[in-house]
Design a protein around this ligand. Sequence first.
Ligand SMILES: [Fe+2]
Ligand SMILES: [Fe+2]
Length: 179
Amino acid sequence: MQARGPLMIEHRLIERMITLIRDALVHIQSTGKVDPLFVDAAVDFVRIYADRTHHGKEEDILFRDLDKRPLSAEDHRVMNELLQEHVFGRQTTKALVDANTRYRNGDSTALRDIAERLQTLVTFYPKHIEKEDKVFFPAARAYFTHDEDQAMLAEFWEFDRKMIHEKYRAVVDELKKSR
Ligand SMILES: [Fe+2]
Ligand SMILES: [Fe+2]
């Protein structure tokens, strides 16, 4: 498997989550309500899976190695754009968490904000993924030899191996804080 393999497989799961969020938006439109537990689950997915685990591999391994290569101006521009989009994703998720807290506290304006942020994720992620799958990953592959690509793949697996431990250490730390 090429290094981009696991990243593209992860894109498929992110797309499935986006489909669920799209369904939730339809439900919000028709009922005027949202399940805050669904929003919690979507936030957890986006933060831990899409951002920490997936964008983590992109930024900390792939982009890091690309930074050492003589990238074309266009590839450099796209990489910066992707980085900015990751930041935008984080900001959107943070705003979604805030709106969900306000919703739980009975703020009547919160539902509109939740819907707006969910809509942003639904619009933004598929375009981001398509840019990586169809444009950036194929371009990036050309900067690496087979061995370099395989070394990145090995580093990806190692990165993933740590994630479950990081996740549940954070859960325990968070629970401890709230005791
Ligand atoms: Fe990305
Ligand atoms: Fe990605």
